[in-house]
Design a protein around this ligand. Sequence first.
Ligand code: TRP
Length: 332
Amino acid sequence: MPQGKIKRGRILSGMRPTGKLHLGNLEGALKQWVELQDEYECFFEIADWHALTTAWQDTSELHQFIRELAIDWLSAGIDPKRSVLFVQSLVPEHAELHLLFSMFVPVPWLERNPTYKDWIEELGPSAATYGLLGYPVLQAADILVYKADTVPVGKDQLPHLELTREIARRFNHLYGDVFPEPQARITEFALVPGIDGRKMSKTYNNHILMSEPPEEVERKIRRMFTDPEKIRMGDPGHPDKCPVFSLHRIYNPRETEEIETECRSGKLGCVSCKERLAKRINEELDVYRERRSYWEAHISELDDLLRYGSERAREVAKCTLEEVRRAMRLWR
Ligand code: TRP
């Protein structure tokens, strides 16, 4: 391998700071981010302006949510030495690019956006703000300001990625080639069931946080739904119908086969099956707990890290905006 600069693709992804992350977020996004750090130059954004698009009434917890999100990321292994962690609102170039894009993005593109329609249905007509309508335009600015070529996201974000590509194409067509068309990288992962067997989600309140204390993990797993046909110990179970077993598959691959056989034969009772699962989840979370406790004791170092990351992000963003202003023949 030659020394010096090795050309790698560039990744940009982000999350809205809306509270602590749970195991669904960990499996669905964060673990892939951690791995991608080896292959790509990574920018990870705390999208606080995006959080405001639906949470503008009450901003009292925003600071806390930003720090919590950063700590969840760091605890999972996002490495600030290799990747740029930054706060969206500390990089005002995102707002400038969003404004410029908004001049040529047709409103019907945004009204068609399924995410927008879902939000309005969920939150009511008062949620229909200018900012929320422009959510994907801001997301396009997030991605394009770094000229990212790869964007790891869940399937729910595909409409936003498609819009990002359309915006890039339209800009390039109007003013000349500035932006690459970024590709979504869909994260394939086993669906993580919550403690009631439905998809793990804060909305259902069936989640286990990454930052959950060990006793809480044990308590929640103990309360988990299991195969409804296995009532007494000794009854043969159906692992494929049991959310506890789905979690074994994720957190206890070594014992999965054994547990499957013992459950089917009726030898393994749900109580001890759950105890084994809680133990494994806690072993994995212990690694995160150790990093978490460091950052929780060093909040000002955390704030510095985010400010530093935002400055690095800003250097890249400024260069792109220079190019954009030139391409658009704006007063410079
Ligand atoms: N909209 C994304 C979500 O809700 C968060 C986000 C904001 C994002 N900006 C981004 C994701 C840029 C990828 C790229 O999950």
